[in-house]
Ligand binder design. Structure first.
Ligand code: SD4
Length: 320
């Protein structure tokens, strides 16, 4: 069967690229997902996932993550864990449990320590600086504290047709202590069924959860829609419904993949990008336009865009 792996945002490309090599050599989808996401978690300049993730209102990095096996439908998830290095590895292990497979806060930390997962202070000096700056801005200028977020969500199908989904995030910057978003919530931040396909979401968790958008995409693919049609339809309908009923919709972006290795994406906001590799397609970053008339258009990220991105994430912080 044809293998494929797709992840939200440009930040997934290094992981997608490494896991693509493994998948080509016959790796199991779960290991490919774990490796791809670990690479994002470990990179200090990605400021919304793992090490270097932006903190909550108390300047504490609280991480959410999930792992789902598309064959057995087993799920492992954690919400609001602090001071552990690789949430994706913890949730992969948790997915082996029949009970107690979604743990939060101190309970998740006790489990991770007992299972021997590596502890680490995930708050970097750079993240602390962002916090200080944003705190001043929100206090002084009344800016919304919730701007700034990106979750890595990855879906994979391996050579045996097995599918797995994984997510990892520090959630919304300046979130309340204890706040959990969509990323560890089955059906909202992720869903996968090897008999059909999978999807993962990024954006404003509070709104993504109102539509269980990942499950909806898989349901639509089961009805016969392509991943692109399913992604566009699910995001368009949720976005329209939220605007009709509440006057506005937060950012909602999704990636989708079916068990034939076909993929699709959709976004109701500007600036979404994604990373994908397929057996017959080189690892590539694409940038998306905000959906228009229910359709999302994307193109290969230009050299200029990629350079501007690399410069931006490592740019020295000019505030203290
Ligand atoms: C959350 N959906 O915690 C996550 C944040 C995110 O792109 O994905 N941002 O609500």
């Amino acid at each position: 069967m044809k293998w494929a792996i797709i992840g939200t945002w440009r930040m997934a490309i290094e992981g997608v690229t490494e896991s693509a090599v493994d998948l080509n050599n016959g790796a199991f989808a779960g290991d490919a997902i774990e490796k791809a996401i670990k690479i994002v978690e470990d990179f200090p300049y990605y400021k919304s996932v793992g090490y270097g993730g932006l903190p909550n209102e108390n300047c504490q990095v609280e991480l959410d993550a999930a792992y789902m096996d598309g064959d057995s439908l087993s799920i492992g998830a954690i919400g609001g864990i602090t001071d552990f290095k690789n949430p994706i590895s913890i949730v992969k292990k948790l997915s082996e449990n029949t009970y107690n497979c979604f743990l939060v806060g101190p309970g998740a930390e006790v489990y991770a320590a007992r299972e021997g997962f590596q502890r680490e202070n995930m708050l970097t000096d750079r993240a602390k600086k962002y916090y200080k700056k944003r705190k001043n801005e929100t206090l002084d200028k009344g800016l919304s504290p919730y701007e700034g977020h990106d979750t890595v969500g990855v879906i994979c199908v391996d050579k045996n047709g097995k599918m797995v989904a994984g997510t990892s995030t520090s959630g919304l910057f300046m979130k309340n202590k204890g706040r959990v978003g969509d990323s560890p919530i089955s059906g909202s931040g992720f869903y996968v069924d090897s008999e059909v396909g999978g999807a993962a979401a990024t954006g404003l968790g509070e709104d993504i959860m109102k539509g269980c958008v990942s499950y909806e995409i898989v349901r639509l693919m089961k009805e016969g829609l392509t991943p692109q049609e399913a992604a566009d339809k699910a995001v368009y309908e949720l976005d329209s419904k939220l605007i009709r009923r509440r006057g506005k919709a937060g950012d909602i972006s999704v990636v989708a993949l079916n068990n034939k290795g076909e993929y699709g994406v959709a976004t109701n906001s500007e600036g979404f990008s994604f990373s994908v590799a397929v057996e017959d397609e080189e690892p590539t970053v694409y940038t998306c336009n905000k959906m228009k008339d229910g359709k999302t258009i994307y193109e290969i990220a230009s050299k200029e865009w990629l350079k501007a991105y690399a410069d931006r994430i490592k740019a020295p912080l000019t505030f203290d």
